[in-house]
Design a protein around this ligand. Sequence first.
Ligand SMILES: [Zn+2]
Length: 364
Amino acid sequence: MTRWGSQVQSLLRPPRTDRQPSEAFSAFAKRGMPCPPDPPISPPQSDHFDGRRFRNPGTSSRSGGLLAVLKWQMRRDRVRWPDSIVDPRYNPPPEPNSPRDIVATYIGHSTFLLRLGGLTILTDPIFSLRCSPVSWAGPKRVRPPGLALADLPPIDLILLSHNHYDHMDLPSLRALRSRGDTVVVTTLGNGPRLRRLGFTRVEALDWWGSTQIGDARVTATPARHFAARTLWDRNRTLWSGFMIEAAERRLLFAGDSGAGGHWAEIGKRLGPPDLALLPIGAYEPRWMMAPVHMNPHEAVQAHQALGAQRSIGMHFGTFRLTDEAVDAPVQTLSVALKAAAIEPSQFSTLGFGQSMVAIKDDAD
Ligand SMILES: [Zn+2]
């Protein structure tokens, strides 16, 4: 079969039934051993699963308005993005002084390198030129990753929030797998695809489900979003954020999300995060994006509703996915912070490749 043929085949292949998280997982993951396969299951029906597809609570799992989307694709007033942006060179990520420090390095889009509690964590890793089912078309990055994949330190844990191409990038995951059989924590439905890439230590969680990875507890948190990799698999897999609790710290990686009451619920159920990584980009036009992507004003409201001590913005300035200008998310964030009387240091963004000791051990 030609390369194109095999790509089409992989797009058309229906997702397989996912497997339920295993209680034995943590013990195996801790010892660095492959996880034993679990029997296939379907998750129980819930406010976000109708027995076949996932949904945002209070909405239908089916999307309407395909015609409106096509019209938007064809008619939208294209704000130009530069073809390429040269960023300053930053120092390599610093070693944390204490396991209680949270050190964040922004690689780009929703990819962060994080250090907390002795763990090195990578979020929604994308290092590819494009976020697309094919390598020759689709949104192209306007700046290189702030840290090259080859320069990453050994990774203990990959967090994968959902299956969109700009978050679940198979070439990046393949390259990471070739470096080692890292533990991957993701959402219901994404396990089989990751196992096919060769990852054996995969935990696919439902919202509020959690797992122990070393000394860290990872809990999948609700989000308002959707999932799809083809025209036929819409919402057959789940989307989420993740709260990592380690060394008496809480770190929220929010994934992709629209606004909603879930932020307050996350803060209430799991406790306010010391650091929240919140999406601030890909929000125009609002009539279409508001249900799935927050704008910076909503991100500031999320920061407040969570009770986060500090937040860092993400999901901007890398791939042109929507209608706002490349620098609009960062500029609008500063307007939104001013309007909410929040110090800019409490909710900031990092340069691409820039690191920050976002939370310091008091004893440092
Ligand atoms: Zn998405």
